[in-house]
Design a protein around this ligand. Sequence first.
Ligand code: ZN
Length: 256
Amino acid sequence: MSAFVSKYPLAIDENMVGEYPALVKSGAGYFYDDVLEYRVWCHPERGALDEYEGQDYYCAFSSYEDAQQFSEQTAGAEHPLVLIRQSCWINEPQTGVFTADRGERLTEWQVIWLNNAKRQDGDIENFFAKRGIAFTGYQEVMDATPFTRDFNPQAYKAFPQYLGVIACSCVIDGKLPIRWVSHAGGDWQMYCHVDAHDFSENSLDFEQNIQLTNMAQLLKYNPDLQILYDLPIDKGAYRDHVESIWQYFEDCDVDQ
Ligand SMILES: [Zn+2]
């Protein structure tokens, strides 16, 4: 048996290929953490099929080779680009001025930039050291990418910063710890406790205190929550106290 070896990393989560936001930030950032998909942009004005009323569009692939093949065989198609995810990157607000940014950013890269650019511990610090610039720490960037509820923490082996989570204001503001987590139906919900809130129809408590937030906000106050990243769909977890171990339970959405 001969295993197929791709020239470049395969997409980290095959099920998400084609599901990421079309418009992402541009800018290299020097390092990447994950390859999300390979994109081939198609231009109807150059002979590509007109699928979206004259608009440019892209086709997404999990391997570089598939994207490359499609690009070669399709009229009006560009060379493949790669969509990457960065959790730490270098920003250059003006020429020669660098900052080390941390958060979660999706950006399109030239495929060739992937060579030797997978971020390792210490890479960012070394980048500054090599240029003789003092490293003054990371700056948290919260708006690099709009958050989405479709990220798959199991593929990332951690909760992505921009995973959308339904949560109560108690835990969003850090006033109470998270003691109840649900992954019912593939949606993430995290509360101080499910019994502490009124989820009934027209509930004022629900309207005022339950909202969509992102995982970065919740991890700020509950960094130990990372342990639950691989909670399967339709399972829940609760703990009596912050120090207690998590207990797991079946959690299917019966109402829907
Ligand atoms: Zn609460």
